[in-house]
Design a protein. Structure first.
Length: 171
């Protein structure tokens, strides 16, 4: 009986501490913090920059036609296109800071703020959080969190289970 109670307590302790194992690490996607790889006309053209990530991962910030997206580059230099611009058609920008969800030093998910301009009034925008699972063999968007109360907390909850979720279609 004591062994059964001890086993139950151990299981309960593990269940409570598992989500706490994931940590947040923030990196910048501001163009001044990224290394420019390619840039045409600064005001109307295209841009590609390499931004620091975590644990050997990097991000490629891409801009074209006043829309932005990210690619994930693994430590082995494999590229995964996240294709943010397929989710919303309006002009868009990536927030200047992304949140990596890391488990035991290894990134498992990425949370990026995605600001999309209103089609009727480009001075107004909607700020979504896009959650992507991150891995050595695949990375893709799994969830989009709409603006609202607890948006950041909800994004972290989804990011922490993203590895077991399918990719959202991008075309």
């Amino acid at each position: 009986m004591k062994k059964a109670i001890g086993a139950c307590m151990l299981l309960a302790l593990c269940a409570v501490t598992l989500p706490a194992q994931n940590k947040s690490v923030y990196t910048s996607t501001a163009t001044k913090a990224c290394r420019t790889i390619h840039q045409t006309d600064k005001y109307a053209g295209s841009y590609e920059g390499e931004c620091r990530g975590v644990a050997g991962y990097k991000l490629r910030l891409l801009e074209g036609d006043i829309r932005q997206t990210l690619n994930v580059i693994t430590p082995a230099k494999k590229k995964f296109e996240l294709k943010f611009w397929f989710f919303y058609g309006g002009f868009s920008t990536i927030g200047e800071k992304v949140e990596w969800r890391v488990r035991r030093g290894v990134p498992i998910a990425l949370i990026a703020r995605y600001n999309v301009a209103n089609a009727e009034d480009s001075t107004k925008s909607t700020s979504y959080l896009l959650i992507s699972k991150i891995g050595l063999t695949s990375s893709c968007v799994t969830d989009v969190v709409e603006p609202g109360p607890r948006q950041n907390e909800r994004a972290r909850e989804l990011a922490d289970v993203a590895t077991g979720k399918p990719c959202k279609p991008t075309e």
